[in-house]
Design a binder for this molecule. Structure first.
Ligand SMILES: [Zn+2]
Length: 435
């Protein structure tokens, strides 16, 4: 049995464990905050919870007679709403009318999303700090909910994990109606069984490369890696991102947005939310590598995948500011499913970038080492609905490469090489006119 299957079965067992087990004898967690990023075609809501909790989610159909639209709800088990949170938040961004909070039963917080229409959505969580992310997309994009057997078709595991059992989103316990008007009504109509549904914003054909988001890694309070002579990764990333923007705009005639154009801190969710909000066609995150081994040097490019080689894990942990163990289990499954939608294009873009960087830099500099294209579970790339790569241009922990990274000519050559790679990628996929 391959490790991934073992991992999935283990995860299913966790998911199917009676919900009381984990939370017994503990004070309730707190739902601390709700955060939004939205435009008319994309909305991301992040629910901050004080610690890791279980949650379930499901949708409820519209009931036009009663004047009720489609709803998505998330039940956060063993969690209370912080006193600072209101019972309702109007959003009215074209996708989401409002968000309501209620308590269908003691120590469960229900967050209800009143939708303008039911489009695609994803619900997943991120660790450290624990938060639940809800992505809503407009438009009738295909979903893979009918392919959910990917999870259910696993070989039979211990009794709890029957292959046909719905892994998540079990019907919530019924509550007495009228307890809380809106919430009570929803509960009464909650379907008894709801399979795990993961709606993917995939299969969206991109006819051309119009808009690219370039993401200079780190920033503000997060310096990224620091070189032996004090060069900060965040500064190198920003300088290179500005050069890349200029080259892409000039040579490809595309629109380029930076996730940050100065020294400010952005959360990882904000970075991908920016790319999704702008409906970007590509997402390129720029970084400098670091290793405890001062002799390590070279260039490598990553795309998101769950393959967990040792080095990929180390790089991912550093770039995510977390450890791999903190990548939650369900999260990992969702990541895998989500990432696969764009994995081929991302891998192709990563190859073009890696090839161009190594060959172009080798013309002007010595000792450019090709560390190849790698795969890793990067939070910054997760949730991005477009081909996405993370480039580690050189090692800031290596004194010679640290000096290169701070060198304007090296930065410019690297930016040019990446722009040339994007052109090659675009031409190969007929996304750019050849000339
Ligand atoms: Zn970095």
């Amino acid at each position: 049995m391959n490790p991934m299957k073992t991992f999935l079965i283990f995860t299913l067992m966790l998911l199917l464990a009676p919900s009381g087990v984990l939370g017994q004898g503990r004070a309730p967690a707190k739902v601390q905050d709700l955060r939004f990023w939205s435009n008319p075609t994309y909305t991301r809501v992040v629910i901050d919870v004080s610690r890791e909790v279980e949650y379930r989610f499901a949708t409820l159909p519209a009931d036009p007679k009663a004047g009720i639209g489609h709803r998505l709800y998330v039940d956060i088990l063993g969690a209370e709403r912080a006193a600072t949170l209101k019972a309702g938040y109007p959003v009215e961004d074209g996708l989401l009318k409002q968000v309501r909070l209620g308590s269908p039963q003691a120590s469960t917080t229900r967050v209800v999303f009143d939708l303008t229409k039911l489009g695609d959505y994803k619900v997943f969580h991120l660790a450290d700090p624990f938060r639940i992310v809800i992505d809503l997309a407009g438009g009738g994009l295909p979903s893979i909910s009918s392919n959910a057997p990917e999870i259910r078709a696993l070989p039979p595991a211990p009794p709890a994990a029957k292959p046909t059992a719905p892994p998540v989103a079990k019907a919530p316990a019924k509550a007495s109606p009228g307890k809380d008007d809106g919430i009570g009504r929803i509960l009464d109509r909650a379907p008894d069984d709801k399979p795990l549904s993961i709606h993917l914003p995939s299969g969206q054909e991109r006819a051309s490369l119009r808009r690219i988001v370039v993401d200079p890694g780190h920033g503000g309070k997060d310096p990224g890696a620091v070189g032996p002579n004090g060069i900060l990764e965040k500064d190198v990333n920003l300088a290179m991102a500005k050069l890349l923007k200029a080259h892409l705009e000039k040579e490809l005639g595309v629109e380029v947005r930076l996730t940050r154009d100065r020294d400010v801190y952005l959360s990882l969710q904000e970075r991908t939310a920016i790319a999704n909000r702008l409906d970007a066609d590509l997402f390129i995150s720029l970084h400098a590598n670091a290793s405890p081994n001062r002799g390590a040097y070279g260039t490598e490019t990553y795309f998101l995948n769950l393959a967990r080689s040792e080095q990929a894990a180390a790089v991912a942990a550093r770039e995510n500011g977390t450890t791999l163990k903190e990548v939650g289990d369900l999260e990992a499954i969702l990541f895998d499913l989500m990432a696969n939608a764009k994995i081929n294009e991302s891998s192709r873009l990563a190859s073009e970038i890696q090839k161009a960087l190594v060959s172009d830099l080798s013309r002007s500099f010595t000792n450019i080492k090709d560390l190849g294209v790698r795969q890793g579970p990067f939070h910054v790339l997760i949730g991005a609905t477009m081909p996405s790569v993370l480039v580690e241009v050189a090692f800031i922990s290596h004194p010679r490469e640290e000096a290169l990274l701070a060198d304007r000519q090296f930065q410019d050559k690297s930016a040019r090489a990446i722009a040339r790679a994007v052109r090659n990628y675009g031409v190969a996929l007929n996304l750019l006119a050849q000339n």
